[in-house]
Ligand binder design. Structure first.
Ligand SMILES: O=C(Nc1ccc(Cl)cn1)C(=O)N1CCCC1
Length: 325
């Protein structure tokens, strides 16, 4: 089988939500290549936390007795609950008995984002949080039945993009796809990014160890790289109150160039201009921030909306393919 599903942006492209049939209900889920749990708001979620969300009703599923899950994300958000087996359909691709993690508790960030009805993890199943036994991701559940064991992400700035499962649609990119091998030891789509440049010109230095993470909004890079970037933005400053680099919204940001698999990709300055820090619209928060304390760089949506990405398990070593959109 193969299929395509829309990835609809929230305000400021904070995250992208995709319609997924879970049991007999369609929910809008955040596809996250940085985690491996498929969890949903449910009729088991306290009403005080689930108002405004679409809810999965576990009555259509088979309860996995004694199984629980509990996940925390890099931004401090999280959720926990119990586990069911049920039908999940993404763009026509069907997992007949997918582990569906029903939330019995969610953090305030999820409670408040009423567009988001849960997450569909697309990292490696080794980091699934279900106890006493880790469960398969949706991709792992259907991988063997896909025309090709791969999926692609084509996210866009302020417009609906797509995730495709089982095939590469050559109309969605230009030029050739350049591939890098993935190290799955940490359960992420993790690879080594090469040189970079600010504005234009030839790349140099090394961004280093990085993950491709559709669930993270921004780009988190080494301090040296981030300082080199904002040195080119006159009004930029590290604002500890905001927790990152801010600048005058009126300023034009430079492009950021990064070399992956021998090919240089350009993230336009307009894409790096993330969002105003408040309603006055005077000061803006940058889409490139420091990876301090994370242990690796994260190429999140700010980067991913500039490229077409293949998450490829056609070979013994998984690989990532990047092409210009
Ligand atoms: O929080 C996340 N990533 C993240 C955020 C900040 C930093 Cl420093 C690092 N990573 C993330 O992947 N999600 C998924 C769903 C809600 C949030």
């Amino acid at each position: 089988q193969s299929g395509e599903v829309a990835a609809n942006p929230e305000q400021y492209d904070e995250s992208y939500l995709c319609p997924v049939q879970v049991g007999q209900t369609t929910l809008n889920l955040d596809f996250d290549t940085g985690s491996a749990d498929l969890w949903v708001f449910s009729t088991l979620t306290p009403k005080s936390e689930s108002t405004g969300h679409s809810l999965y009703n576990p009555s259509t599923g088979t309860k996995k007795s004694g199984y629980t899950w509990d996940i925390s994300y890099g931004d401090g958000s999280g959720a926990s609950g119990t586990v069911y087996a049920d039908k999940v359909v993404v763009g026509g691709v069907t997992a007949t008995s997918q582990a569906v993690e029903a939330a019995t508790s969610v953090s305030s960030q999820f409670e408040q984002d009423t567009d988001n009805d849960g997450l569909l993890g697309l990292a490696f199943s080794s980091i699934n949080t279900v106890e006493p036994q880790a469960q398969k991701t949706f991709f792992d559940s259907v991988k063997g039945s896909l025309a090709k064991p791969l999926f692609t992400a084509d996210l866009k700035k302020g417009a609906a993009g797509t995730y495709d499962f089982g095939y590469i649609d050559s109309s969605k990119y230009t030029g050739s796809i350049s591939y890098v091998n993935v190290n799955t030891a940490n359960g992420f789509w993790e690879f080594t990014a090469s040189g970079y440049a600010v504005g234009s010109g030839s790349v140099s230095g090394s961004v280093g160890d990085a993950i491709a993470d559709t669930g993270t909004t921004l780009m988190y890079l080494p301090t040296t790289v981030v300082q080199a970037y904002y040195n080119k933005v006159d009004s930029a400053d590290y604002d500890s109150n905001q927790g990152g680099y801010t600048y005058d919204c009126s300023e034009n940001l430079p492009n950021f160039l990064i070399s992956l698999g021998g090919k240089t990709f350009t993230v336009s300055g307009t894409d790096i201009n993330f969002a105003p820090v408040d309603s006055s619209g005077e000061t803006c928060f940058g889409g490139i921030q420091e990876n301090t304390g994370i242990g690796m760089s994260i190429l999140g949506d700010i980067f991913l909306k500039s490229v077409f990405v293949v998450f490829d398990q056609t070979q013994s070593t998984p690989r990532l393919g990047f092409a210009a959109q």
